[in-house]
Design a protein around this ligand. Structure first.
Ligand code: FAD
Length: 453
């Protein structure tokens, strides 16, 4: 027998009403919630498919070993801390150092070493480097992509010889001549800075004092207990201000109805608000809203390998970049340098950008082992403790991707959704600092303690 209409109405789940719903509880979503509280924007709900806040700041621990998906380092002067000062007491103060495995199988300075990459190469190579830079400057051909950009500043010869070209391909997931120029101009300014003649000469001849070399701020890592210990207090502060959280839920759809947005979870629960702020991937939010996408945006899948090790690791730095000509791994971070070794074993995480060949933890591990053996690092007992595959880790900037993303953000805007953040703006935000500032900007907010621009 069918239930009466009255009975059905009684059983229908109630729609929870809010003034704003924020999708995503990463740094962008948390800062958005903090800003809305400060702007007195009424009842706020934060929704995430993870069962905890902090977004893709992900850790993994087992048997006394503790890893992150990648190299995650923070600073005490970050604007994020202005929103959430409670973070500060939970961070661990660290002293990281950065190195790079170059194509000549040498561990040297990151991102480039004048001594090892240029001077040690001998007069013939120096001449080739100089001629190549000269040729690039004289030709001054129109820059069309990231490779042209880098070659203009350091010359095609040094770009190849230093391994920077290979590292760029590894990092961005496509060959540098397929990377959008817009990204290069925005995110690769360091190449220009490092290669300007005056800077180069200053580096070569001027000895800097230790105070000048030291970073101006404190470098921090999450507590050994993991990211939950760092971000739970943030969730608590926001909850105290009236922000509600629905974590660990799958969103099934997002519709517009009677001038408001209705979010339906896969278990049929609904919540509604006049305002939706999205910090989740554009492809996902567009799909949930049923909005057409001409071309889906491509993102990196990041494989993280978690190793423990006993023996001679062959380098002193805590973070090592792979600038060699081979292997898909791009960077490794020695976490035991930050948290201490475990039962005499060091431990580190390796970031590998997945590609058509290296598409699983097993394949990434096999290739990494082969590569480090060939390059004489990690001579000893290397044990894989675990691994993680992260989809949508960051955007891939193939030609036209930035324009495509802008168009899709515009379509979302016309639909009424504000989209920002690493995924929401399809913008490679390298740090929580950048994510915070861009979230503030998107919401027309300036923190009263912010440094003058
Ligand atoms: C490998 C790696 C290294 C990094 N290194 C540093 C570093 O050294 N220093 C630093 O300051 N920052 C670092 N970052 C942080 C990063 O660059 C950004 O600052 C920050 O993570 C971006 O925050 P976000 O909120 O925009 O995105 P995210 O943190 O990615 O958050 C997006 C959220 O959206 C949620 N979501 C996705 N789809 C859905 C869905 N369908 N429904 C509901 N929720 C959904 C996700 O679960 C996630 O919580 C690193 C990040 C990574 C991944």
């Amino acid at each position: 027998m069918n239930d009466s209409y009255e009975l059905q109405q009684e059983r229908a789940p109630e729609t929870e009403a809010f003034d704003a719903i924020i999708l995503g509880a990463g740094v962008s979503g948390l800062v958005a919630a903090s800003v809305l509280v400060k702007q007195s924007s009424g009842r706020i709900m934060v929704v995430d498919s993870y069962d905890r806040v902090g977004g893709n700041h992900l850790d993994w621990s087992r048997n006394g070993f503790t890893f992150d998906v990648g190299s995650l380092i923070f600073q005490d002067d970050s604007p994020l801390v202005k929103h959430f000062p409670e973070l500060l007491e939970h961070y661990v103060h660290i002293h990281p150092s950065w190195g790079r495995l170059n194509p000549q199988r040498k561990i040297t300075t990151y991102p480039i070493s004048v001594k090892d990459d240029i001077i040690a190469a001998g007069p013939l190579v120096i001449c080739r480097i100089m001629l190549s830079v000269l040729a690039a400057r004289i030709q001054r051909k129109t820059m069309r992509n990231a490779k042209d950009f880098a070659a203009y500043w350091i010359g095609a010869y040094l770009l190849r010889r230093s391994g920077l070209e290979n590292y760029m391909a590894r990092f961005y997931g496509v060959a540098p001549d397929h990377i959008d120029l817009e990204l290069a101009q925005k995110r690769m300014l360091w190449i220009k800075e490092h290669s300007s003649l005056t800077n180069l000469l200053r580096k070569m001849w001027k000895r800097r004092s230790p105070a000048q070399i030291a970073p101006p701020n404190k470098q921090l890592a999450r507590p050994k207990a993991g990211y939950s210990a760092l971000y739970e207090p943030v969730k608590h502060t926001l909850s105290q201000s009236g922000v509600a959280f629905r974590l660990g839920i799958d969103i099934a759809k997002l519709e517009k109805s009677a001038g408001r947005f209705v979010v339906t979870s896969s278990c049929g629960k609904t919540m509604a608000a006049a305002r939706v702020i999205s910090t989740i991937p554009i492809n996902i939010i567009s799909g949930l809203c049923g909005l057409a996408q001409n071309q889906p945006l491509q993102t990196i899948t990041l494989i993280s390998l978690y190793f423990s090790f006993s023996g001679n690791r062959g380098f002193a730095q805590s973070i090592l970049y792979n600038f060699s000509y081979e292997a898909a791994w791009k960077r490794l971070t020695v976490y035991s340098d930050f948290y201490g070794s475990n039962e005499g074993r060091e431990y580190f995480a390796v970031e590998v950008v997945a590609n058509e060949i290296i598409s699983s933890i097993e394949l990434a591990e096999a290739e990494f082992r082969q590569h480090v053996a060939k390059n004489g690092i990690f001579d000893g007992d290397l044990r894989l403790e675990g691994g993680h595959v992260l989809d949508n880790a960051y955007p891939i900037y193939v030609h036209g991707a930035a324009a495509n993303a802008r168009q899709q953000i515009d379509i979302l805007k016309q639909f009424g959704i504000e989209s920002f953040g690493r995924h929401g703006a399809f913008n490679y935000q390298p740090t929580a600092r950048v994510s915070t500032l861009e979230a503030e900007e998107a919401l027309n907010y300036r923190h009263p303690d912010a440094q003058p621009a």
